[in-house]
Design a protein around this ligand. Structure first.
Ligand code: PBG
Length: 349
């Protein structure tokens, strides 16, 4: 009661207060709960909405498998075979997902990742299988070398053991052309090499693929949240870490520079990765550049939720939908998520 009186008194005639009053009103005339009273009213004033077209499903395709294999650290996610990936793609198309992002799990690793640069290799094969089976599905191909090199780094190594930036540009450009030839709508370089977007744009244009789009993993952090992915894609590092090419999680301004460079080099869309611990970066990137902006809700984020749900601590479906909507509120136009199909099914019902 006393507090009501105080608030009433505060709402005086000073110019400043009137301004605030007009913008936000004041208790007790203003009661925010009126906007939340019924489901109908809540629907009416809702600001953000998640749609299936906002969801991009990452899919692992392993060569040489007879049957799809469950990934222990990511309950509900499988390494698909080169046949079962077609079923997943058809389901994704039926559920009207925004796109599929394909990752290869190679059995032909060497020190450069050469399998991904030849036309009969896994990268080209998986893209064309999905392309042929689902002409209307948007197909994205992740471009990187960690899934194809025996040392697990995202490009060939120099003598001192760091990734050779400029040699990687040549190689990743070959990957881009292979993926485009196979029918990828969008190529997504994730290696965090300087100049990779420009090199890929030149290579695509030089090979007649000026219509193939580039989604740049523009602000990709050296993150512990990739743990389950490295297990899933079989790309754990033999030695070292990725801190000389992926970003330091302490930095925000640097992400804006990374994004600006990628846009200048010809990126059509940009991505922030991981998602949950980098919501501020998603927001800043969207506000600053107004580009199609995607968030990668990575393997560790998915695993946290799954295992918490298995332990009975969280409701998987409800928490997952809240998390995905959070990305939209932060400014993401789309979200790459291992829960994309689950979310789509929930949205359809
Ligand atoms: C490859 C790549 C990684 C992820 C996507 N592409 C792993 C890494 O950079 O170590 C991680 C995705 C995830 O954790 O879900 N460069």
């Amino acid at each position: 009661m006393a507090q009501v009186e105080i608030l009433k008194k505060k709402s005086t005639t000073s110019k400043e207060n009137l301004q605030t009053d007009r913008q936000t009103g004041q208790f007790p005339r203003t009661r925010m709960r009126r906007g939340r009273r019924t489901e109908g009213i809540r629907n009416l004033v809702r600001e953000n909405i998640l749609e299936t077209r906002n969801l991009i499903l990452p899919v692992f395709v392993e060569e040489g498998l007879d049957e799809r294999v469950a990934i222990k650290s990511m309950p509900g996610v499988f390494r698909e075979t080169e046949t079962s990936v077609v079923d997943i793609a058809k389901t994704a198309q039926k559920e009207k997902l925004g796109a599929l992002m394909l990752f290869g799990v190679s059995h032909h690793k060497d020190n450069t990742g050469s399998d991904s640069m030849r036309s009969g290799g896994l990268l080209g094969r998986m893209v064309s299988r999905v392309r042929d089976a689902c002409p209307d599905l948007v197909v994205m191909a992740d471009l990187c070398f960690c899934e194809y090199t025996d040392h697990g780094h995202c490009g060939p190594l120099t003598k001192s053991g760091t990734v050779d930036n400029d040699a990687t540009l040549e190689n990743i450009s070959r990957q881009a052309v292979i993926a485009a030839e196979a029918g990828a709508d969008i190529v997504a370089p994730s290696g965090m090499m300087d100049g990779q977007v420009g090199a890929i744009r030149d290579a695509l244009d030089g090979s007649g693929f000026d219509e193939t789009a580039i989604l740049a993993y523009a602000a990709k952090y050296a993150s512990n949240f990739y743990g389950p992915f490295r297990d899933a894609a079989g790309c754990s590092l033999q030695k070292g870490d990725r801190k000389t090419y992926q970003m330091d999680s302490a930095n925000g301004d640097e992400a804006l520079r990374e994004v600006a460079l990628d846009i200048a080099e010809g990126a059509d869309m940009v991505m922030v990765k991981p998602g949950l611990p980098y919501m501020d970066i998603i927001w800043r990137v969207k506000q600053e550049f107004r580009m199609p902006t995607f968030a990668y809700n990575v393997s560790g984020e998915y695993a946290m939720l799954r295992f918490a749900a298995e332990a009975g601590a969280l409701d998987y479906e409800k928490t997952m939908m809240e998390m995905l909507l959070g990305f939209k509120r932060a400014g993401a136009d789309g979200i790459l998520s291992y829960a994309a199909l689950d979310a789509a099914r929930i949205l359809q019902r």
